[in-house]
Design a protein around this ligand. Structure first.
Ligand SMILES: *Cc1c(COP(=O)(O)O)cnc(C)c1O
Ligand code: SF4
Length: 443
């Protein structure tokens, strides 16, 4: 099998990327300026096999991993540029911090979902929906390349106080033993598959014992198939990682690989196709998800083609997300009505076998909210919404209404329809009793 040695590029060495000569001097400079604020890291697979350099800077994968001037506001960009040019490192550090804090670095109150065990806060976990515990292995708090839209960017940008990471598997296992209603553990990051196979085994193998019979699904949220498929082919511990997947299956559990694919080109290389095959051969299943992003994938034909190709390769389309309200959102955002139109046009043009996908979905503080559509009730134009997931699971799947707003791009922009003061879930403290400060009542 053809192999590739991983080589990453960041602010410090991106000038070494040979293909970069396709950019103008201004565009190259912009990477170094916007890249002070936004996450920036790419690698030789992305540069050599995914980006079409004859199409930069508008190439979708270039836009996905290289910061561009337009991703920051004019004034933020100018302020950073001035300090970079003046070589004022101290002033720059201060300014970068200040600007990042203005970009909503921790959207949707994620800090509220931190659980506790024996009175100790477990910062490497989030427990928001009863059946699924998110776990952030500290060794997986990076990715093989960074997405310029990423809401996890504080984790990669040295803002350590926001880093949800923990060292020990011990806390994870103790927490799960106390919470028999949790059936799924979702390893996430960053990208948990940047951790080595040995580390992942230490977390996962204990979960395969009788004590943890309530854990049925081991899930991994990962962008590695798109950014570094050689991780499953020729990296030193590629085979060990696949053997771990096999062990999960042999223990009678489901290994659900949740792959992030943002664009169909990510499914086209020989390396990704072989990596998918090897993962499926372990008995794992691969579900796919992506946010909807202007400049990258805001086109129904593209989504229809992407889902169709995914199914052809044995993957299961799972979620289309609305981009979160953080970081470079202004550059990537799509109004909610347009998001729904893109979704339904794509959805109606594929066969039922691709329609396992759900969306467009907003991961907001109360839960995952799907936009079911725009319609009119009693002469008022409204958005019809429902919870796909809710902090209070009894509210899942109940339709509710928001006043139509042409410009709205996120749930926080919406207000209840029909002149009501609150959404139904805001009444009677329906969410509050589940605690917002880690005092979860999940059992
Ligand atoms: C999306 C998400 C999950 C998983 O939800 P599923 O619908 O089961 O895929 C779990 N926890 C959090 C915090 C999430 O955002
Ligand atoms: S791979 Fe996922 S976690 Fe990593 S930068 Fe991209 S969106 Fe963020």
């Amino acid at each position: 099998m053809e192999s590739k040695q991983y080589k990453s590029f960041t602010l410090h060495n991106y000038g070494d990327i040979p293909q970069l000569s396709a950019l103008t001097r201004e565009e190259r400079e912009a990477v170094g300026i916007a890249g002070r604020i936004l996450p920036f890291k790419t690698n030789n697979y992305v540069a050599e096999e995914l980006i079409d350099w004859s199409n930069v800077p508008n190439d979708p994968i270039f836009t996905l991993t290289f910061p561009r001037e337009e991703m920051l506001s004019k004034s933020h960009y100018a302020q950073v540029k001035k300090l970079v040019e003046a070589n004022d490192e101290a002033g720059l550090k201060q300014k970068v911090r200040e600007i990042r804090m203005k970009l909503n670095p921790n959207p949707a109150g994620q800090e509220h979902n931190v659980p506790t065990v024996d009175g100790v806060k477990l910062h490497g976990m989030q427990h928001k929906y009863r059946e699924t515990l998110l776990f952030f292995p500290s060794q997986g708090q990076t990715c093989h390349a960074y997405c310029t839209f990423c809401f996890r960017w504080p984790q990669f940008s040295g803002m350590n106080e926001l880093k949800f990471a923990m060292k020990e598997a011990d806390h994870l296992h103790r927490y799960l033993l106390k919470h028999p209603k949790v059936s799924d553990v979702l390893f996430t990051g960053g990208d948990p598959l940047t951790a080595n196979a040995g580390t992942m085994s230490a977390y996962i193998e204990p979960l395969l014992t009788k004590e943890f019979s309530h854990i049925r699904n081991i899930r991994m949220g990962s962008k590695t198939l798109a950014y570094w498929p050689y991780r499953f082919l020729t990296d030193r511990d590629a085979d060990d990682m696949l053997r771990l997947f096999e062990k999960v299956k042999k223990a009678g559990k489901h290994l659900a690989f949740q792959a992030h694919f943002n664009h169909p080109v990510e499914l086209t290389t020989g390396a990704v196709k072989r990596a998918i095959e090897r993962i499926l051969n372990t008995g794992a299943q691969i579900r796919t998800q992506s946010p909807l992003l202007r400049h990258i994938n805001d086109d129904p034909k593209l989504w229809a083609g992407m889902w169709t190709e995914q199914v052809r390769q044995g993957l299961i389309p799972y979620y289309m997300f609305v981009a979160r309200d953080t970081g470079s959102k202004a550059f990537f955002e799509v109004p909610l009505e347009k998001a729904w139109n893109i979704f339904r046009r794509a959805y109606r043009s594929v066969s039922g076998i691709c329609r396992t996908v759900r969306g467009p979905s907003m991961s907001a503080a109360p839960g995952k909210i799907q936009i079911l559509g725009v319609t009119e009730v009693n002469g008022e134009k409204v958005f019809v919404l429902r919870f796909l997931q809710c902090r209070n699971s009894t509210l899942t799947d109940i339709p509710f209404f928001a006043r139509y707003d042409r410009k709205a791009t996120w749930f926080d922009d919406l207000i209840p329809a029909f002149g009501e003061k609150e959404f139904f879930f805001q009444k009677d403290n329906l969410l509050g009793k589940h605690g917002t400060d880690g005092d979860f009542i999940w059992e």
